[in-house]
Design a protein. Structure first.
Length: 236
C-alpha cells in the first residue's frame, strides 16, 4: 500500500483520543491502532488472487512484496496484498468483483463505492473486502496507461510496453516485475522496502537494473539506491 496519512476514520470522523497523531503514515501505525481505525487485513494469497481472477477480461499483476518474492527475493511476512490493474479497465474490474465491497482509499480516508458510484477523479487506490464483518483482502492500484504503454503514475516520462510490465510464474500467477515494484518502493524507503531492495538485487536482470537507474535519476536523483545499482553495473 502507499503510505497515506491516518487523518480520519473510515466514517470520516477524527481519530479518538490517545491515538497516534495523524501525521503518521497508515503503514507505520501500531497494529492495534490500524485495526481500530480501519479493521483488520488478511490479504489473499497469490494463488487465491489467481483463482478469483481466472478468466477475467482485464490485465492484472500482483505487486508489492509478493512480486519481489516471486521474482527471486527472500520470503517474508506480507501484511497485505497489492493488485495492479489498468485504470481504463476499472469498469470491468468492478463488474468482475461485484460480490465484494470496494472502498476508495485516499489520504487516510475511505469512501464506499456503491453500485453506480463514480470513483473520485485522480483517485488511484481501492481496498476490497467481502463486507463490514470481514477483513480487507486486496489493495487495488489503478495504473495509468495509453494505448499499449504502461505509465508511471508519478512521472509520465517513464513508460513501458504493457507486455513488459509483468511476468507469469510456474503456477501461472501474474506478477509485476521487480524493477517496477522497486521504483514505487523507492519513494518511502521503509524498513521492508530496504529489505526488499537488498533481496531483489541479485535477481535483477541487466535491463531491469538499467530501467531502475534511469527512472530513479529522473525522479529521485539523490536516492541512495542509485550508488548500489551503479556499482552492480560496473561489475558486469
Amino acid at each position: 500500500m502507499d503510505a497515506v496519512k491516518a487523518s480520519t476514520t473510515a466514517d470520516g470522523n477524527s481519530p479518538g483520543a490517545g491515538l497516534t497523531p495523524s501525521t503518521v503514515p497508515i503503514n507505520d501505525l501500531p497494529k492495534d491502532e490500524f485495526r481500530a481505525l480501519y479493521g483488520p487485513w488478511h490479504g489473499l494469497a497469490p494463488a487465491e488472487v489467481a483463482t478469483l481472477l481466472a478468466g477475467c477480461p482485464f490485465r492484472w499483476w500482483i505487486a508489492g512484496g509478493w512480486a519481489i518474492e516471486a521474482g527471486g527475493g527472500r520470503a517474508r511476512r506480507h501484511e497485505d496484498t497489492d493488485l495492479a490493474v489498468l485504470r481504463h479497465d476499472l469498469a470491468s474490474v468492478r463488474a468482475w468483483l461485484s460480490r465484494f465491497h470496494l472502498w476508495e482509499a485516499h489520504d487516510g480516508t475511505l469512501r464506499p463505492l456503491r453500485p453506480g458510484d463514480d470513483i473520485t477523479p485522480e483517485r488511484e487506490q481501492l481496498w476490497m473486502r467481502r463486507d463490514a464483518y470481514g477483513p480487507w483482502l486486496l489493495d487495488i492500484v489503478l495504473s495509468p496507461s495509453v494505448d499499449d504503454e504502461w505509465i508511471y503514475k508519478r512521472d509520465e516520462r517513464i513508460r513501458l510496453p504493457l507486455d513488459d510490465v509483468g511476468f507469469v510464474d510456474a503456477e501461472q500467477i501474474s506478477y509485476m516485475r521487480p524493477k517496477i515494484v522497486l521504483l514505487f518502493k523507492a519513494k518511502h524507503v521503509r524498513k521492508k522496502d530496504e529489505a526488499d531492495f537488498a533481496t531483489a538485487l541479485d535477481g535483477l536482470e541487466d535491463a531491469g537494473r538499467e530501467f531502475l537507474i534511469r527512472a530513479l535519476r529522473l525522479t529521485l536523483p539523490a536516492h541512495p539506491w542509485l550508488a548500489t545499482l551503479e556499482s552492480r553495473r560496473s561489475r558486469c
